[in-house]
Design a binder for this molecule. Sequence first.
Ligand code: PDD
Length: 296
Amino acid sequence: MSADLLDPVVFLSVNGVAEWLPLSEARLPVLDRGFIFGDGIYEVVPVYGRVPFRMDHHLARLARSLGAVGITNPFDNAGWKARIFELIDGFADDNQMVYIQVTRGVAKRGHAFPADTQPTVFMMNNPLVLPTAALRADGAAVVSATDNRWLRCDIKSVSLLGNVLMAQHAAEQGAAETIMFRDGNLTEGSSSNIWVVRDGVLLAPVRDHRILEGIRYSLMAELAESVGIAFTARAISEAEVRAADELLLTSATKEVIPITRLDGQPVGDGRPGPVYARLYAAYQRAKEQSRAQFAR
Ligand code: PDD
């Protein structure tokens, strides 16, 4: 496979025909239900030093998302891993983000599930561009909005229009992210989970249909425990968010970053806080451990 950064080799399986080919040559029939209905799910897996980070967690969530929408999982875990490693090995950068998308497949347009359709599978990688040292030192500015998305946010669906509009809301105000409130309580960011620190305790919204359970959700809980920070999952009111000592944001590509401004107001003292610093350090240690444990 070529190691061309601009035109990397990707995996595409349409109607049961699988191919490895340059991204620029990958083609989909327009009747793919991912295109027509947003009828599919996806994953984003960070890769450090050619080792996927928490891959089993990502594959478990992929299987959960597929099960929730009634798409047959096209591969078992060994099959996914073989293809993910092939993709990683064909890419120039050591640090990558692997994108995986599975749709219900290609069929004549009609809302209900078609019979005898094979899932479409697409996998590509990009360089993993981590937050800059300047962003980690200054923290991110975010804005807020009312969460008006559907009520199955626990499914990692490619139907992301609600999230796209929230991300655009932030972009138009020069902010890094929009954090959302539903019925007066914190849900999540447009493409991230949000964490609140009050009196030294790390808080997160409960894992239910209102948020996507990030792979970093259980990771942060583990990291907090490992460094002696109490963690509680519960409903968090908008007032509590606005009065937080610290706010944090996590995602596969952002890792963990501090939020230092919300709707133009400083968060806490307006500087990244001590709980962030300890969790960031613990996150970096977890990456190193994973690279050592799963080195190929
Ligand atoms: N998004 N919530 C939403 C709505 C997300 O889109 C994401 C991640 C997360 C965090 O999940 P994780 O820790 O597994 O990355 C929470 C990815 C990165 C994306 O859409 O690109």
